[in-house]
Design a protein around this ligand. Structure first.
Ligand SMILES: Nc1nc2c(c(=O)[nH]1)N[C@H]1C(S)=C(S)[C@@H](COP(=O)(O)O)O[C@H]1N2
Ligand SMILES: [Mo]
Length: 341
């Protein structure tokens, strides 16, 4: 089995590191899936991307129109803000994700800026609302970004994932990719871009995907935005049996805020050791790391890994609880067993 099914309808599925087969990019069939509603079935022949609101020239673009526009390919990691939620105590509602709600793919599409340039944004514009085709219970999946957000992130309107048109699970025929942000910003099954002059307050923007704490008897909130810095251990796996002797610890690290500066590993609670960052340093992709070390005595062992980004951010030792269970980037610990060779 290569995926952990969280829920069948709407489909929610975790990924497993073993599906990476040693690469950085997750094969599309193993990429995690996070759906709030049933997958809408869109007929690309009839589908259009509408661009409306505070623009000089409203547009209705077909998939073919988009394929004819200037394109870009980018390796980007998506992580659900609920990744790691199941480790929170007290338990919070929502999908009980382990650490498999994160994956990386190579996305191809049209930079949002190309489309906005063609439509001509009016001076009164403040935000861009992305509307998905999915919905239910009187809601629709919609999210916005401000023009300031757009200046700091190169948003892509992606029609392909790992060199093939998107699958229905991942937003066919078109989805938003917001590099560095938690996955919720990357609206799938995009049908409309609405340029507005006020701040958007849709359900998935203001009711969900907000950090919420009680402080001094008051409720404080903050919207979920960039991915927090995190290292994931892919080797050893939980309860894996390894031979004593030379031993490799491996994983990935990413941060939405700044590039990864270093990743450190601690075996059995001993001093942190610096790992080696390997592979390409794509700005918005997770970065592979490894530490070749030794385990000399047999028995139960633990390994922990923590990432530090170039903004100086690192991971908390303990969970930082919040009511909806987002952004739990507490340091991961994996227990394994060393045996005499
Ligand atoms: N239209 C639509 N877009 C959506 C969602 C959704 O339910 N509907 N889920 C969001 C969330 S919370 C995440 S984490 C990512 C997951 O993308 P994936 O399923 O391709 O991994 O899609 C985002 N885009
Ligand atoms: Mo998510």
């Amino acid at each position: 089995m290569s995926a952990v099914l969280q829920r069948v309808e709407p489909l929610n599925r975790e990924t497993r590191a073993s599906a990476l087969l040693g690469g950085t990019v997750m094969p599309s069939a193993h990429f995690y899936v996070r759906n709030h509603f049933a997958v809408p079935s869109l007929d690309a022949a009839k589908w259009r991307l509408g661009v409306a609101g505070l623009v000089r020239r409203p547009l209705a673009l077909s998939l073919q129109d988009l394929l004819n526009l200037p394109s870009r390919v980018e390796t980007v990691t998506l992580e659900c803000a609920g990744n790691g939620r199941s480790f929170l105590t007290p338990t919070v509602g929502g999908e009980q994700w382990g650490l498999g709600a994160v994956s990386t793919a190579e996305w191809s599409g049209v930079p949002l800026a190309e489309i906005l340039d063609r439509a001509g944004v009016a001076p009164a514009a403040r935000e861009v609302v992305f509307k998905g085709a999915d919905g239910g219970e009187g809601k629709r999946f919609e999210r916005s970004l401000t023009f300031e957000d757009l200046r700091n992130s190169e948003v892509l309107l992606a029609y392909a994932m790992n060199g093939e048109l998107l699958s229905p699970y991942h937003g066919y025929p078109l989805r938003v990719i917001v590099p560095g942000w938690y996955g919720v910003a990357s609206v799938k099954w995009l049908t409309e871009i609405d340029v507005i002059g006020h701040s958007f307050s849709g359900y998935f923007q203001t009711e969900k995907y907000v950090y919420e704490w009680e402080r001094d008897g008051r409720v404080a909130t903050e919207p979920v935005r960039h991915q927090r810095v995190r290292a994931l251990i892919t080797q050893p796996g939980p309860d894996q049996i390894v031979d004593a002797g030379a031993f490799a610890v491996r994983g990935f690290a990413w941060s939405g805020v700044a590039p990864i500066a270093k990743v450190e590993v601690s075996l059995n609670g001993q001093a942190w050791e610096k790992t080696r960052l390997i592979g390409e340093a794509y700005r918005h992709s997770w970065r592979p790391w490894e530490l070749i070390t030794r385990v000399d005595s047999p028995g139960r062992m633990t390994v922990r890994a923590r990432a530090i980004d170039q903004a100086g951010r690192t991971q908390p030792e303990d969970q930082v609880w919040n009511r909806l269970g987002y952004g739990n980037n507490a340091i991961q610990e994996v227990a394994f067993i060393a045996r005499r060779r």
